[in-house]
Structure formats: structure tokens, C-alpha cells
Design a protein around this ligand. Structure first.
Ligand code: ZN
Length: 247
């Protein structure tokens, strides 16, 4: 019996050792209309927003635990709108060592934002990562969206075309973009032609949205992408979407 237990322990240990040593992929979570995108690496998960519709967290919980449950977890928030931060308390409860990598200031006084701040998440200790762009002046929370770019994935939050004109202009780093998470869930007021003209190597766009309820992605946005021959994947059709950018 003792030998059997030792054998099982060794086998389980070997199973752990045989787990992939190198991981690098992205998950666009199917949380209804909203945004929660996770860059999964071997030792850390980087979450770009953790929002979505009420009740959608239970659909992704098990996969979140498998991919991020034993890693360092860092959070970037684009802006203080509920569809981008609703599930931060669930995320904090589910994964270890969640810390702020980027926390915006515009709109932080909203009552709903205060509840998130009361979680008292620490700032991540590693070197801070600046967004690709952060507006100095905003009239709305959408306009205040921080834009992130990492590993050839562009995440504009809900940044509208009026802001795209500023942040997409003359940005040589955007030439490398392969994946675009559609701004404002594919609303017609984002993903303008000026932005698309700056992304000549774009391969695919992803809409984290719900047509049935919100009519996103908007047909005008889809037409602009169609004219550039960019296919659009929708979480509403495909569920959680896994993307690999190392090809
Ligand atoms: Zn939004």
C-alpha cells in the first residue's frame, strides 16, 4: 500500500513536470457585452479589463482557474465603466496574487468604482507598464479609455474615433498589430478608417459583444473591416476565443 502511494505521488509529480514549460496565448472571454481579455504566459496572467454582463462569470470560472489559478495575476483597466470592471471582485476571489498594473483615474469617484477600490488590491511590484496612450483630457469615461498594445494585440477599450485620430496617428509600433479587440465592442463610433489605415498587418478583429441585446458589432463597423478584408470573430458566436500571436 505504501509503495502504491509513493508510486502515485511520483506519477503525479511527473505529470506536473511534464506540463508545458512555455505558454503564450490570449483568451477573449465570453462574458456577453463587455471586455475581459487575458494574456496567459507560463508564470503570469495579464488581464485587460475584467468586465461583462451580470451572471456571465460562472461560464468562465473553471477555465480561468485552469489557466491562471496558480500564477501571478496582473490587472490593467482601460476605464471605469461597469462592462469593463464588473467581475474584478470575482477575479480577485478566484486567482491568487491579483495586483493593479494600471488603474485609470478619470471616473474613479463613481460609487460603483469605489466598491472596487475597497477591495484594496495592491499595486504590482514589477516595473510599471505605461499604456500605449492615455488621454490628458476626457469628457466621458469612454473617451478616457487607456489604449494598450502588447504581443501584437491592440486593445483600445471603448476609445471612440475622435480619440483614435490622436492615438493611432504616426505610431510605428502599430504596424506590428495582428489582432484588434474591437473598440467599444464594435460600435460604429469606434474602429474608424483612420485607425484601420494604420494597421496594415492586421489579421483578425474580435468583437466582445452581443448583437441580440446591443446590436454590436455595428454593420457600419463590419463594412469598414470587410473593405479591408479583415475577418471578425465574435464571442457571441464562438464562446471564449483563444488566440496565438506567435506565428
Ligand atoms: Zn464597454
Amino acid at each position: 500500500m505504501r509503495l502504491l502511494i509513493i508510486f502515485l505521488l511520483i506519477t503525479l509529480k511527473m505529470g506536473e513536470l511534464q506540463a508545458p514549460l512555455y505558454e503564450n496565448f490570449w483568451i477573449v472571454w465570453n462574458i456577453g457585452q463587455g471586455q475581459w481579455v487575458t494574456h496567459v504566459t507560463s508564470d503570469a496572467c495579464f488581464h485587460y479589463d475584467a468586465g461583462g454582463e451580470p451572471g456571465s462569470f460562472k461560464r468562465i470560472r473553471a477555465k480561468l482557474v485552469i489557466n491562471c489559478g496558480r500564477k501571478r495575476n496582473e490587472l490593467f483597466l482601460s476605464h471605469w465603466d461597469m462592462d469593463h470592471f464588473l467581475h474584478i471582485p470575482n477575479l480577485a476571489k478566484t486567482v491568487p496574487r491579483l495586483c493593479w498594473k494600471f488603474k485609470p483615474t478619470y471616473g474613479v469617484t463613481k460609487a460603483s468604482a469605489k466598491k472596487i477600490l475597497q477591495l484594496n488590491l495592491k499595486n504590482c511590484s514589477a516595473t510599471p507598464v505605461a499604456p500605449l496612450w492615455l488621454p490628458s483630457i476626457s469628457r466621458t469615461t469612454n473617451e478616457s479609455s487607456a489604449v494598450f498594445f502588447s504581443d501584437r494585440v491592440l486593445l483600445p477599450g471603448d476609445s471612440p474615433t475622435t480619440q483614435e485620430k490622436f492615438w493611432a496617428h504616426n505610431r510605428s509600433e502599430l504596424l506590428a498589430t495582428k489582432v484588434l479587440i474591437l473598440g467599444h465592442h464594435g460600435s460604429r463610433s469606434s474602429t474608424g478608417t483612420d485607425l484601420l489605415n494604420q494597421l496594415p498587418n492586421l489579421i483578425v478583429a474580435v468583437a466582445s459583444s452581443r448583437w441580440v441585446k446591443y446590436r454590436h458589432p455595428h454593420p457600419q463597423t463590419l463594412m469598414r473591416l470587410y473593405e479591408k478584408e479583415i475577418p471578425v470573430l465574435r464571442t457571441e458566436d464562438w464562446g471564449n476565443i483563444i488566440l496565438r500571436t506567435q506565428f
